[in-house]
Design a protein around this ligand. Structure first.
Ligand SMILES: Nc1nc2c(ncn2[C@@H]2O[C@H](COP(=O)(O)OP(=O)(O)OP(=O)(O)O)[C@@H](O)[C@H]2O)c(=O)[nH]1
Ligand SMILES: [Mg+2]
Length: 312
């Protein structure tokens, strides 16, 4: 059996070791990863995708660890993808002491992986989404994306997720103001974490006021919860609210719509990548280099160059 067959079979039978290998191929942008993704496609159930985003250090990982534990209680398998974390994923005492990045948790039903986005700031890279597919193929029922949200790029997280949880903290003050606009748009659920600190209630009232000014999307007004992630306060409520949101999406057919939009988006992205790769052949590269002087001295315009390139 080839290495590739081994990985594909391993994924289908739930081998965590093979998942690790497949993820490495995806991360390295190895063409074999595409073969794997193609082979698992038909046997993959989508899994429920939860995006957790918010400013650095808001307690996202702590919250996600607790949440994963909660979902475990009902027998779900959980995959966690932490994108660009600034602090290591350490579930504290929750998942066993100090689960380091890229390491498996002690619970075989929870798989954690950290990744870098490589450039697409705050966004969710293709790689991260491919990894979620691998996890889904492994039979993960819940897939959680954790990303740092800094007011840009969060849209990607929201697009990739069925429920988007925006985590804020009371003390962020002014800097939060700036990010709120972006985060406001994508939140299905707001969490004010570190509610053990001053200002949580004030922030909640502020958020409520902002939400009042907005027309609800999908007939859903984002609930605002207060949590203290490191001691587990409010986690049960968050779990309930996520389930409620999932039920809301399912019962109204919104989940199906989200999934088909995601699929179409995926096709469009792949087409764009594919065409672009083919487009930049030797002839066009050389042509462009040759025209660079004329471009810089404004003898020929970019628009003209593009026309020429396309018609070549
Ligand atoms: N006081 C207090 N501290 C918390 C709470 N939740 C998390 N923390 C602490 O906040 C720090 C950051 O927590 P993380 O879970 O790593 O935060 P994060 O948002 O995942 O961080 P990045 O992924 O690096 O952006 C840790 O020291 C946590 O123990 C909380 O509710 N109250
Ligand atoms: Mg984190």
């Amino acid at each position: 059996m080839s290495e590739l067959d081994k990985i594909i079979r391993g994924l289908k039978s739930g081998s965590v070791r093979m998942l690790g290998r497949a993820i490495t191929l995806v991360e390295n942008d190895d063409p074999r990863s595409q073969t794997i993704l193609e082979n698992i496609f038909r046997v993959t159930r989508p899994g429920y995708r939860i995006g957790v985003t918010g400013p650095p250090g808001a307690g996202k990982s702590t919250l996600v660890s607790r949440l994963a534990r909660k979902f475990r209680e009902t027998g779900n398998k959980i995959g966690i993808i932490a994108v660009d974390p600034t602090s290591p994923f350490s579930g504290g005492a929750v998942l066993g002491d100090r689960i380091r990045m890229n390491e498996l948790s002690t619970d075989p039903g929870i798989f954690i992986r950290s990744m870098a986005t490589r450039g697409s700031l705050g966004g969710l890279s293709r790689a991260a989404q491919d990894v979620s597919e691998l996890m889904a193929a492994m039979g993960m029922d819940i897939i959680i994306f954790e990303t740092v949200g800094v007011g840009q790029g969060e849209l990607d997280v929201a697009r990739a997720s069925d429920s988007t949880v925006v985590v804020l903290v009371p003390e962020s003050g002014d800097s939060i103001q700036a990010m709120k606009a972006g985060l406001m748009e994508i939140a299905d659920i707001f969490v004010i974490n570190k509610a053990d600190r001053d200002g949580a209630e004030k922030m909640k009232i502020e958020l409520e006021m902002m939400l009042h000014l907005r027309t609800p999307r999908d007939n859903w007004t984002p609930p605002i919860l207060k949590t203290v992630a490191n001691d587990g306060q409010g986690i049960h409520e968050l779990y309930d609210v996520i389930n409620h949101h999932a039920g809301h999406l399912k019962s109204r057919g919104i989940l199906d719509t989200k999934r088909s939009e995601r699929m179409l988006e995926k096709i469009r992205t792949l087409v764009a990548e594919n065409l672009q790769e083919k487009f930049w052949n030797q002839t066009r590269e050389v042509y462009l280099q040759k025209k660079l002087d004329d471009l810089m001295t404004r003898k020929i315009s970019p628009v003209r160059i593009v026309q020429d390139l396309v018609e070549m």
